[in-house]
Design a protein around this ligand. Structure first.
Ligand code: ADP
Length: 402
């Protein structure tokens, strides 16, 4: 099936056209600065040259019309007619408790997504703008929503209910949701394929280490626990986010230091993590470079990052029953960070997790980097959220026709 995958943000629209039969990208691109007179349209057909155009794009409808026109345009288009599009798969950030898997987007599901807006106020409304634009431009093509939170809907209650007064869960829906679900789902699926094992009999820890970081325990192909929670600031420290901090610290900042909740929020989300500790950068490459030159706080930032990741891998493994088959690294740092992967795995030998330094010299490619015959495979699997969205979209569309 030919499926258009859209990731609509508030001022950007990322897209890929995929052929699911061959798992191939036919073309991809990005519309930036939507709403402005000097918006940017980046486009690349598979095997062709990248192009960049500056032009006015007043809204999401205009941006998506431009994408659709380009798909069929003579010369740089990749399909003869829009009738070839079997469906559009939309990345949607939050499905809350009500949407627990990918769904065909109808009036009712769109209403539920809208109801989840307070949980993702920046993302869900922008995601919906993309859906509404496609509904206008391609009224006969099915739309499927694939949610960042949905993969974690299989977590059992003890993993997602916070030990606050229970009424905060019951009355206000305060709970762990988890994010990066599409990425965790894809790399777990792909790792099982690479190892030639059944996904429903495969237990792993997936480590999505990008600017955002989350680790997930995947048991038999299903998420059973994850490090991100109600929001996206807990677990392992990130580029600029703090990861786990004793809540008493936050109360102290407000009550004793007189900070406002906005200031505390900015500190936690924008001024912490690799950037806050190192004082150098939020970017792992810069931090590693500074540490290599002897910058003490950059070195400390790397150690804090590795310590937290290691601790969470070990903790998450307690959700896997009596067997862990693999630890999988993905996203910018996970796929490319040769040294940080080694740092994280040092100290996990007690649970059979070891890295082979020679095999580990790999960036951005699928690989098994544990020693030959090791009980737990340590793997690098580049994430591919767009492909996962396309595969899920195909499955939902086929099921709806059956
Ligand atoms: P996002 O969460 O924004 O999608 P990415 O998955 O692209 O982020 O990850 C960005 C992170 O990946 C940055 O911290 C960057 O430094 C890191 N990264 C990219 N290449 C390397 C590399 N060669 N070594 C270590 N870290 C890398």
């Amino acid at each position: 099936m030919k499926i258009l995958v859209l990731n609509s943000g508030s001022s950007s629209i990322k897209f890929q056209l995929l052929d699911t039969a061959e798992r191939k990208v036919m073309c991809k691109g990005l519309v930036e600065r939507v709403g402005l007179a000097d918006a940017i349209f980046n486009y690349q057909p598979a095997g062709g040259d990248k192009s960049k155009e500056v032009l006015p794009i007043p809204d999401h409808l205009a941006g998506i019309k431009l994408i659709l026109d380009t798909l069929t345009s003579p010369g740089r288009g990749v399909i003869a007619s829009l009738a070839e599009l079997a469906a559009v798969g939309h990345r949607i950030v939050h499905g809350g408790e009500k949407i627990q898997h990918s769904v065909l987007l109808c009036e009712e599901s769109l209403r539920l997504i809208d109801e989840c807006t307070p949980l993702a106020p920046l993302h869900n409304p922008a995601n919906l703008m993309g859906v509404h634009a496609i509904q206008k431009l391609l009224p006969d093509v099915p739309n499927v929503g694939v949610f960042d939170t949905a993969f974690h809907a299989t977590m059992p209650k003890p993993a997602y209910v916070y030990a606050l007064d229970y009424s905060y869960y019951e009355k206000h829906g305060i709970r762990r949701f988890g994010f990066h679900g599409t990425s965790h789902q894809y790399v777990a699926m792909r790792a099982a394929e690479i190892l030639g094992v059944r996904l429903d009999d495969f237990n792993c820890i997936t480590c999505h280490l990008g600017n955002g970081v989350s680790l997930t325990a995947v048991r038999g192909g299903k998420s059973v626990d994850t490090t991100l929670g109600f929001g996206t600031c807990c677990g392992v420290p990130m580029g600029t986010r703090c990861g786990d901090v004793d809540p008493a610290v936050l109360m102290h900042l407000i009550d004793e230091l007189g900070m406002t909740s906005r200031q505390v929020c900015d500190l936690m989300y924008k001024g912490s993590g690799l950037k806050g500790i190192s004082g150098v950068s939020h970017d792992m490459r810069d931090v590693e470079e500074a540490a290599a030159k002897g910058h003490e706080r950059a070195e400390l930032a790397l150690e804090i990052f590795a310590h937290a990741a290691r601790k969470h891998i070990a903790a998450l493994a307690t959700n896997l029953g009596d067997r862990i088959d693999a630890v999988i690294f993905t996203a910018g740092i996970g796929e490319n960070g040769v040294e940080i992967r080694e740092r994280i795995c040092q100290g996990l030998g007690f649970m059979g997790v070891r890295i082979d330094p020679e095999r580990n010299k790999v960036r951005g490619k699928e690989a098994v980097v544990s020693p030959e015959g090791a009980p737990v495979k340590v793997m690098v699997v580049p994430t591919n959220e767009e492909l996962m969205i396309a595969l899920d979209t195909e499955a939902i569309v086929k099921a709806s026709r059956a």
